[in-house]
Design a protein around this ligand. Sequence first.
Ligand SMILES: Cc1ncc(COP(=O)(O)O)c(C=O)c1O
Length: 427
Amino acid sequence: MTKTGTVNKTEYGFSRISDHDILDFEHTYGADHYQRLGLVVRKTEGVWLYTIDGRKYLDCLAAYSAANQGHHHPAIVKAVVDALQGHYGGVISNVVYTDAFGLFLKKVANLVPQMAPRFGENGNKVLAKNGGVESVETAIKMMRYYGYKAKGIPDGKQEIIVFHNNFHGRMITVVSFSDSKKSREGFGPLTPGFVTVAYGDLEGVKKAITPNTCGILVEPGQGEGGMYTPPKGFLKGLRELADNRDLLLMFDEIQVGLGRTGKMFCFQHENVIPDGIILGKAISGGLVPLSVFVTNTRLMDMAFQAGRDGSTYGGYPLACVAANAAIDVIINEKLPENAARVGAYLKKKIDAIAARSTHVKEVRGRGLFIGIEVLNGEAMQYCRKLLELGILANDSHGHTIRISPPLILDEEGADYIAERLEKVLVD
Ligand SMILES: Cc1ncc(COP(=O)(O)O)c(C=O)c1O
């Protein structure tokens, strides 16, 4: 920043303010709510992050799946720039219709397979919000209302089954059923009505069902919980239980959906159709926030009429324009297929490294959703070393190195990652 407060642009980003000053601003003026690595990123492109002096880092985090299409994907950037320059990007009061929103709703409703087919082939409806957690709450409202209206559970008594190690965001209702004491402590009164069962434990779910149970909320792959894939048959088993006991089964695919695990939707690995799905992050291509809850038209119409939900920015034109382009990129560039192919290539290399390493407990995952659990339980130690070698990665649940780069990664990028993992994990 100059003395007059003007920001001088640099080839590598927005300003020439020193990294030292940026760190000082963040620590002085920002809530200390994230454990950070000491890297100031000035510019992002594709799979790369750049510093002020042009050092580059391969992004193995992709903003927890928000940057699946790669940073600043040209087609998504163009859509956003065109919208701003064409004066059709700004928020408009939700009492009128916009073409961007209409087109977006149709695209998402048709992208997702028929949800909850047992309620009929009615098509899907979409309810849009901003951050992912907001759409998780929409799904919770849907399950509770179904319990009340369709099953006759007294209002206030509805119960939802959730799972240990879950992560669905940070707002009060969702942290109320988090396992993490740190994310709950002192924030009470917490929201009641959740029953927690071990991830993968079908018998536990069966036992937890009561006459007041209205639904099951599950991540078909746990990203924050340690990069876990559920045991084979788990999602199918949940589906059967939900069908037999008339429960709504909701999948939170905010992190594992939209190609991350090598299929468009993670649930397609088990060929199980949920009653509703929550998507976010990559749905708008990493440029503006947007999330959705999608369910069978019959269910959506049952729970949400005018006045029962809403969001000023949820589904505003700029987000929808970005999302329409972002979804096209996922489909046209076959990102799920690329994630499957390059992910399998990378995982094979990581498995070989793990076999030579004395530090690795387990390698797990599929597509470009790969976790490397370390024996000492201190994944961040390894992530700091990876940073020195030109890779941004962080831990998942403390014990696991998360490898989840943008889905445009190619074999060369996978080699770059593997070479550096070798240096860090093999003595
Ligand atoms: C599975 C899952 N659900 C919900 C969320 C919350 O999304 P947001 O941070 O956009 O609110 C996340 C974020 O990481 C997530 O991984």
